[in-house]
Design a protein around this ligand. Structure first.
Ligand SMILES: Cc1ncc(COP(=O)(O)O)c(C=O)c1O
Length: 358
């Protein structure tokens, strides 16, 4: 029986996609072999790879002049690959710090560049700075931000205007959740394991003029230009994850693409936040204009009931609701694959739990 899985990542995948992968697992493409067992350079897999890229370009409406790369190392590796590829030693880079992941990105960038923090909602991490509160260095090779902070449940409602400095975004936890204007970005990266597919793959969308400047010590397999020149097949890619990502892209297209999923995601988040706000029993401490539509954090007014809440939720088929250890409480990650019904059922469970404590 499938449960409602609210994990932050690796996260739930669409059941239809998993079923297709299951059906094709032993005999893919009528070849008598699994997609995992064939050469990445063979015609059949090359077609999978090309289709996945084309579908992703279509979903995101990537304009011409951008490369789409399929890489490895997780989003965390991009914390280093971005400065290694985009800057020379001694360069200044601007970072907006809105949570755990931007903080980690800053720590890694500081090994390669001078980091100027353009805004810092440090400490509680329950807000995002307004455009007028961003104080840029004026000499940044790029500006980096994290549009959705997965742990705190904090999401930007706007795309920062960085003037001439290219904008770099870690979209690991909100890519493909709503339409975006890619032309506003110099580089977007996202680990796959939330809205794209299984872990092991990182998608990078990068403007052409930003590649070709990697520092000489950058490993070849992580040099954006080298990766682009080889169609992301400079070495053996994670073929199964790439195939799965391709199935997820087709699933998303069949559901109407990002405009359609945007509507559904908006509805799910509204329902859950409204239920939390209407109760004195549950609380969300993120500023209203910064509430994440993907990761809804909440705590109980009586934290001594946390354990009981999680135990009962788990038994009722609502899995992985425990908040990240650095913030505690609860977190419901409601990525694209979470149906509206899953959120309604969770709300019903939360109401019943509250009633039982009265
Ligand atoms: C926003 C964000 N950035 C980076 C990461 C790190 O990703 P990875 O584990 O793929 O390195 C995560 C992981 O959850 C994330 O949510």
């Amino acid at each position: 029986m499938r449960v409602y899985n609210f994990a932050a990542g690796p996260a739930a995948l669409p059941a239809e996609v998993l079923a297709q992968a299951r059906d094709e697992l032993l005999d893919w493409n009528h070849d008598g072999m699994s997609v995992m067992e064939v050469s990445h350079r063979g015609k059949a897999f090359m077609r999978v790879a090309a289709e996945a890229e084309a579908d992703l370009r279509e979903l995101l409406a990537v304009p011409s002049g951008y490369k789409v790369l399929f890489m490895q190392g997780g989003a965390s590796a991009q914390f280093s690959f971005v400065p290694m590829n985009l800057t020379a030693p001694g360069a200044t880079v601007d970072y907006i710090n809105t949570g755990h992941w931007s903080h980690k990105a800053i720590r890694d960038a500081a090994r390669y560049c001078r980091v100027h923090v353009a805004a810092d909602s440090g400490g509680a991490y329950t807000s995002v700075p307004a455009q007028r509160d961003l104080s840029f260095s004026g000499r940044a090779a790029y500006v980096h931000y994290t549009p959705n902070e997965t742990i705190g449940g904090v999401e930007f409602g706007y795309v920062p205007d960085t003037g001439a400095a290219p904008l770099v975004a870690d979209m690991s936890s909100n890519i493909l959740s709503r339409p975006i204007d890619v032309s506003k970005f110099g580089l977007i990266y996202a680990g796959a394991q939330k809205n794209i597919g299984p872990a092991g793959l990182v998608v990078v969308v990068v403007r052409d003029d930003l590649i070709g400047h990697a520092r000489p010590e950058t490993p070849g397999v992580f040099d954006y230009q080298a990766v682009a020149a080889e169609g992301s097949m400079l070495n053996t890619p994670p073929t199964f994850a790439w195939y799965m990502a391709g199935l997820v892209f087709k699933w998303l297209k069949a559901r109407g693409g990002l405009a359609a999923i945007d509507e559904i995601n908006r509805r799910k988040a509204q329902m859950l936040y409204a239920a939390i706000d209407a109760s004195g029993f549950y609380r969300n401490s993120v500023d209203r204009d910064a509430r994440s539509r993907m990761n809804v954090t909440f705590s109980l007014a009586r934290p001594e009931l946390d354990g009981e809440f999680l135990r009962r939720a788990d038994a009722a088929g609502f899995k992985n609701l425990k908040g990240h250890r650095v913030v505690g409480g609860m977190r419901a990650s409601i990525y694209n694959s979470m149906p509206v019904d899953g959120v309604s059922a969770l709300i019903e469970f939360m109401r019943e739990f509250e009633r039982a404590q009265a």
